[in-house]
Design a protein around this ligand. Structure first.
Ligand SMILES: NC(=O)c1ccc[n+]([C@@H]2O[C@H](COP(=O)([O-])OP(=O)(O)OC[C@H]3O[C@@H](n4cnc5c(N)ncnc54)[C@H](OP(=O)(O)O)[C@@H]3O)[C@@H](O)[C@H]2O)c1
Length: 191
């Protein structure tokens, strides 16, 4: 499985869940910190999409092509990732954190018999949602998956927390702690 935005909130969760399901995960992320965090949670192959040809880097990481791409980023990364699928692979579009909705040439989908799927939380029916939640609780309780908290901010620094997310600097999830004002905090907020 290739996970784009692998250091972000959706991406790191995807890295952990895919690993828990037995997949070999290739994590695509822009910084050393994001890639090393993805590795910490199970990614076995790491791709820096900011230096050069993403398609070539993905080909090297997954020479036989991936079974699935999970894409919460969009923009310029989507097409090289889709090209990195094997015949019959699945491309799952989840979000557009880059701010750009990609346009994919449909012949790429045709020639490899690729399945393009959209995923939205709100499309999951109540029965499947309950089943997913029960499975997630088990994975959390057993410690198999663990939400990664990249930084904690007190409420009076909420703007800085949002800024970190908006600039794509968040690693995993950012928490706003409502319990204590910034000057009482034992753990200083990480910028
Ligand atoms: N479909 C659904 O059910 C569902 C559920 C939750 C979230 N979402 C969507 O999924 C997307 C990702 O959410 P997230 O919580 O994972 O976000 P996030 O923690 O901010 O991660 C997004 C990643 O996208 C990359 N990116 C590239 N250009 C960016 C830019 N201009 N600004 C910010 N990030 C940029 C960054 O990775 P690099 O630094 O590695 O490039 C960043 O780590 C959002 O669009 C969100 O709305 C969809």
């Amino acid at each position: 499985v290739i996970v784009l935005g692998a250091g972000g909130g959706v991406g790191l969760a995807a890295v952990q869940l895919a690993t828990a399901l037995g997949a070999r995960v290739t994590a695509v992320a822009s910084s050393d910190e994001k890639r090393s965090t993805a590795a910490q949670y199970g990614a076995v192959s790491l791709v820096n999409h900011t230096c050069g040809d993403a398609r070539a880097a993905l080909r090297e990481a997954v020479p036989d092509g991936a079974h699935a791409v999970l894409d919460p980023v969009g923009g310029d990364l989507s097409e090289p990732a889709l090209r990195s699928l094997r015949r019959g692979g699945r491309f799952v579009t989840i979000g557009y954190a880059s701010g750009v909705i990609p346009r994919i040439p449909l012949n790429l989908v045709l020639v490899k018999g690729i399945h393009v799927l959209g995923f939205q939380f709100q499309d999951i029916g109540p029965d499947e949602f309950a089943r997913n939640e029960a499975e997630l609780r088990d994975l959390l309780a057993s410690g198999t998956v663990r939400p990664h908290i990249g930084a904690v901010y007190p409420l009076d620094q909420a703007a800085a927390a949002l800024q970190q997310v908006a600039e794509g600097r968040a690693v995993g999830k950012i928490v706003i702690d409502l319990r204590t004002p910034s000057d009482d905090r034992s753990t200083p907020a990480k910028p």
